[in-house]
Design a protein around this ligand. Structure first.
Ligand code: AMP
Length: 412
């Protein structure tokens, strides 16, 4: 990431930190790699991620290691390891960093990509679902993406009571319609039938549109939870589209799943963020039953969406003040002045190339400096320098001893 992109990444992270803090989320950093088992157990052997996309290798100690393909498995693993949710405690955590998946690269899909995500552990209530979804919506809004350009899709995956029955029903449906379905979908009948809803093949989509939907097969508890999530979202004025074909690709999801899609700028990789509830994940790791949910959003796709919407990442000024030297005799004083301004928190630049005064002014312009502090031998002898406002061209004489206060006041 060169500075232009890295600056955007930092802007996204700052926006996330500020927003997430308002909802009580704290940062967590997990390793870039884990024992492979953390992902195979949590995400599921039959998922695309585990079966095709992981960067897995053996380390020198003969252990199977995998570069993390997503953040949730590691966060839940470490919450269990460090008892963050012991005795019914809740943990609200967020992370940001690179993830690795061996996918076919295309626009908006790369093998190392960056995600920001939150995880809310120990929260069974449907209000938690509505809150997490709202944070995701608000994040994109905070970046300036218009709400109308985003589509929030919502679905429920049921739980261990209603999903297995439905899974079998879909497997039977796939077998009954095998003729019209692609080979991959036919295979899915045996491995991960619900993923057939996710197939991009138009023929498969047409057939799967006729399949029974889980929403009609939910157990009472899941139906009540789903209804409550929707009503909490309605109360907050968060619009969503119910999409029974939204089956997110990880095994650990239970009940609520959601995704935000944006059309402009993204082509087929139009999901900028998504997540869901994973009430059984901690048990998969041998821990106590601990409900949880979260989302992850992709940095690269968010950036594409922002670009397409014409939203510029605010540029940090490279320098508020440029200290210009009239000649070499004032170098030490100019350097000391720049340092005093920097120590006072003012972004300050000065020349390190022995440029002429004229080209120092040009450089100040290029950097977007609002003021140039001109240090010359005569004024310096009187303990002062000239502060030039680059907008109004107004010049004032400032005592060196007053510099930080005077410049701070001038910057307003
Ligand atoms: P997932 O973990 O698959 O639910 O993805 C969450 C978000 O991460 C997606 O909405 C994308 O924004 C982003 N993402 C997932 N996979 C990739 C990838 N290969 N390249 C770029 N972004 C990705």
């Amino acid at each position: 990431m060169l500075p232009d992109v890295a600056r955007a990444w930092e802007h996204l992270q700052r926006t996330a930190q500020e927003l997430f803090a308002r909802y009580g989320y704290e940062p967590i950093y997990t390793p870039l790699f884990e024992h492979t088992e953390v992902f195979t157990r949590g995400i599921g052997e039959a998922t695309d991620i585990v079966s095709k996309e992981m960067y897995t290798f053996e380390d020198k100690g003969g252990r199977s290691i995998t570069l993390r393909p997503e953040g949730t498995a590691s966060v839940v693993r470490s919450a269990l390891e460090h008892s963050l949710t012991a005795n019914g405690a809740q943990a609200k955590l967020y992370y940001a960093g690179p993830m690795f998946r061996y996918e076919r690269p295309q626009k908006g899909r790369m093998r190392q990509f960056w995600q920001i995500g939150i995880e809310f552990l120990g929260a069974p209530e449907p209000t938690a679902d509505a809150e997490v979804i709202t944070v995701l919506v608000r994040f994109f809004e905070a970046l300036g993406l218009p709400r109308e350009s985003m589509r929030l899709l919502l679905n429920t995956m049921g739980d261990e009571h209603c999903r297995p029955v439905y899974r079998d029903e879909i497997a039977a449906f796939i077998r009954a319609h095998a003729d019209g379905l692609c080979e991959e979908c036919q295979r899915r009948a045996e491995t991960n039938p619900l993923r057939a809803f996710d197939c991009k093949n138009p023929g498969c989509r047409e057939i799967m549109a006729e399949a029974p939907i889980l929403r009609d097969r939910l157990c009472d508890d899941c139906a009540a939870h789903y209804a409550a999530v929707k009503s909490h979202l309605d109360a907050l004025g968060i619009n969503y589209i119910e999409d029974p074909s939204l089956v997110r690709g990880l095994d650990y999801y239970t009940r609520t799943v959601f995704e935000i899609q944006v059309d402009a700028g993204l082509g087929s990789q139009n999901a900028i963020g998504g997540g869901g509830r994973y009430d059984r994940l901690m048990q998969e790791y041998g821990g106590p039953a601990t409900p949880g949910l979260g989302f992850a959003l992709g940095f690269e796709r968010t950036l594409l969406a922002l670009e397409a919407a014409g939203i510029e990442i605010p540029a940090l000024p490279r320098a508020d003040v440029y200290v210009a030297r009239v000649d070499d005799t004032v170098t030490d004083a100019a350097f000391a002045l720049a340092q005093a301004l920097r120590d006072a928190g003012i972004a300050t630049e000065l020349d390190h190339q022995g440029r002429s005064l004229k080209s120092q002014f040009k450089q100040a312009d290029r950097l977007g400096a609002r003021f140039v502090a001109v240090v010359g031998p005569d004024e310096l002898a009187a303990g002062a320098f000239t502060l030039r406002n680059m907008g109004t061209k107004e010049e004032t004489r400032v005592a060196l001893s007053d510099a930080p206060a005077a410049v701070t006041a001038a910057l307003g």
